[in-house]
Design a binder for this molecule. Structure first.
Ligand code: DC
Length: 220
């Protein structure tokens, strides 16, 4: 069974998808990590993310792996562990440009689809229900107001990045939202048969309860 969770950044997809997978006993796949890994590679190799041809060339030696250790997913590029570095602002800043390149998206599809071999999976991303798994069993579109999303992201980043302000996080997020939803290659949008859930006024636990209900309601 495939459950897809799409939505803009800061809607709480990551925590909700992870918790949902745990409650259902499913595997969890964060597809944003793959785009983040390529974004990190562009940074490591000094490639400007707007230089499409150069970014595409990076895919020829994109040796991305994930491993589960002690119940936690770890990410590797070649021999380098990149689990933490792919969440840094430097990588986040350039990931929209990297993920907007059409050839990047098509070439990374098989790597993502392969994860469906895990069996029952919750997939989290931007185009899971539209492009990756148009026939998914359950499709969810999680969203929240821009202010709530920026506030959540700020609380997450502030301990490690004290120079950030809530206003700068909101501005950065609006820029990414705009970019992710207007790019021509697989833009962020809800699948026609997706179930919308606005998480602005909900706690994580309430969101997960609701998601479990949705999945069980469809396939109980
Ligand atoms: O969910 P996230 O913030 O880790 O995603 C990182 C970036 O990758 C974000 O700019 C959107 C993009 N992305 C995408 O285009 N398609 C996906 N399936 C997942 C993420």
């Amino acid at each position: 069974m495939i459950v897809t969770i799409d939505g803009p950044s800061g809607a709480g997809k990551g925590s909700a998808a992870k918790a949902l997978a745990k409650r259902l006993g499913f595997s969890y796949v964060d597809t944003g990590a793959i785009y983040r890994a390529l974004s990190y590679l562009s940074l490591r190799e000094g490639v400007d993310p707007r230089e499409e041809k150069e970014v595409i060339a990076l895919l020829d030696h994109f040796d991305f792996r994930t491993e589960i250790q002690g119940g936690k997913r770890h990410y590797y590029l070649d021999q380098e562990e990149i689990t933490a570095v792919i969440r840094t602002p430097a990588v986040t800043e350039r990931v929209s440009a990297v993920s907007a390149i059409e050839e990047v998206r098509t070439r990374l599809l098989p790597l993502q689809r392969k994860e469906a071999e895990l069996g029952n999976v919750v997939f989290e991303g931007r185009d899971m229900g539209t492009t990756l798994f148009p026939h998914a069993d359950v499709k969810i579109f999680l969203t929240a107001s821009p202010e709530v999303r920026a506030h959540r992201r700020y609380l997450e980043l502030a301990p490690k990045h004290p120079h950030l302000t809530e206003a700068s996080v909101l501005a950065d997020q609006l820029r990414r939202d705009e970019w992710d939803s207007t790019r021509s290659a697989s833009p962020l949008r809800a699948a026609e048969d997706a179930i919308y859930l606005d998480t602005s006024a909900l706690t994580l636990e309430e969101v997960v309860d609701r998601l479990v209900e949705i999945v069980r309601g469809k396939h109980g």
